[in-house]
Design a binder for this molecule. Structure first.
Ligand SMILES: [Zn+2]
Ligand SMILES: [Zn+2]
Length: 221
């Protein structure tokens, strides 16, 4: 089953890519590819993180997707490896929303590769157990402080700070949460998840899985 999924994904991605290339105007693709690499690189970061923001917001707003995404949110201590605790379906949809638009628009493979490496290291920094702020740059680039609030268990911080790299998207769309002089302290979803990898893979599909609200109500009650 897993082999079938793994082998069919690149085929599906290639199909989506080819279809989107046909739909986009050839003039747009040529204009994108003709730009200097430094400009393409900036645009790749903007396009990719806008895709990340959009799909991440969907993961929080659609209950069936939240069941999958809460595997990532179940961490109760921030840790540099926490960024890797992600359900495969979450990873596939997130990577698709992030990278497919960049490939479809015809950005240079070099700029997309630079983005992918930066994303990897930035994700480890965001999840590390550091109380690190970027000062005035917090409104532009996601800092560990910014992402700690995304993982915060307190009700006021739920469904905030969706951006993976560029916090500017959250400030633009009104979903940023970065209170002055305070730090996120409590993390997790108020529910203990199974510890093994196979059990976590199956957990989102269990019928008795509680929605986030009921977990919070039970905790406070
Ligand atoms: Zn999230
Ligand atoms: Zn995270």
């Amino acid at each position: 089953m897993r082999a079938v999924v793994n082998s069919s994904l690149p085929i599906a991605a290639a199909f989506i890519l080819a279809a989107s290339r046909q739909l986009l105007p050839a003039g747009l693709l040529a204009a994108v590819a003709a730009q200097p690499l430094w400009l393409q690189l900036i645009e790749v970061f903007l396009v990719a993180d806008l895709g990340f923001y959009a799909v991440h917001r969907l993961f929080h707003s659609i209950p069936a997707l939240w069941r999958i995404h809460q595997i990532h949110h179940s961490i109760e201590e921030m840790d540099w490896l926490a960024g890797a605790r992600v359900h495969p379906i979450d990873q596939i949809l997130t990577r698709g929303a992030t990278l497919l638009p960049c490939f479809a628009l015809g950005f240079s493979a070099w700029t997309i590769a630079v983005f992918a490496v930066a994303y990897h290291w930035h994700s480890m920094l965001l999840h590390s157990n550091l109380r690190l702020s970027f000062g005035p740059l917090n409104r532009l680039i996601a800092s560990p402080d910014f992402h700690r609030w995304h993982h915060c268990r307190d009700r006021e911080a739920w469904d905030r700070n969706f951006a993976g790299q560029l916090s500017l998207w959250d400030f633009a769309f009104g979903t940023a949460y970065l209170p002055k002089g305070r730090q996120a302290e409590r993390f997790g979803i108020g529910e203990v998840l199974p510890e093994t990898y196979p059990a976590q893979l199956l957990h989102p599909f269990k019928r008795e899985l509680r929605p986030r609200d009921s977990a919070a109500v039970q905790e406070s009650g």
